[in-house]
Write a protein that binds this ligand. Structure first.
Ligand code: SF4
Ligand code: SF4
Ligand code: SF4
Length: 152
């Protein structure tokens, strides 16, 4: 088992379905069922984080990428499903047991990936994610040991 796989065994809360940007918890996705999914095509030209489930409902897959809030999906949606304001997408946190920095190894990959400067370090070690986080997921795939967890 390689180091990444070994450490990822300790990231128990990692994962979960994340709704797309420009929606809210009460968004009606029924129009998606008969839609060809131009939102996904538009995102493929940006980060490719947007997918659709077996029913055709869009969701974000942070294991693939994060969302830049570029609004390409919003502009492509012909049904007004993606229409709400920009809200935090997910709760994101660092699993300390898996994080290299928390084990004393210098690593700033998550901080470098964050466009909001929401990853703060105490000294060179002990990163945590603060309230500036938008839940974009860009730090998730940047972490070399899968120590960033999220819930949708
Ligand atoms: S483009 Fe709009 S209606 Fe079509 S799948 Fe995407 S969110 Fe749903
Ligand atoms: S805002 Fe951009 S990056 Fe985010 S899901 Fe939509 S198209 Fe993809
Ligand atoms: S910490 Fe930064 S990169 Fe990670 S989800 Fe939050 S805003 Fe996005």
């Amino acid at each position: 088992m390689d180091r990444r796989a070994f450490l990822s065994r300790f990231t128990g809360g990692r994962g979960g379905r994340v709704r797309p940007p420009y929606t809210h918890p009460g968004t009606d996705f029924s129009a998606c069922l008969g839609c060809a999914g131009p939102c996904v095509d538009a995102c493929a030209n940006e980060t490719g984080v947007l997918l659709r489930d077996a029913k055709g409902v869009p969701l974000l897959d942070f294991a693939r990428a994060g969302c830049t809030f570029c609004a390409a999906c919003l502009e492509a949606c012909p049904e007004g499903v993606l229409a709400a304001g920009r809200e935090p997408l997910a709760r994101v946190w660092i699993e300390e047991a898996a994080c290299m920095a928390h084990q004393g190894v210098v690593c700033v990959a998550c901080k470098q990936a964050c466009p909001e400067d929401a990853v703060v370090f105490e000294g060179m070690l002990y990163p945590r994610i603060n309230e500036a986080c938008t839940g974009c997921g860009l730090c998730v795939s940047a972490c070399p040991v899968e120590a960033v967890a999220w819930s949708g």
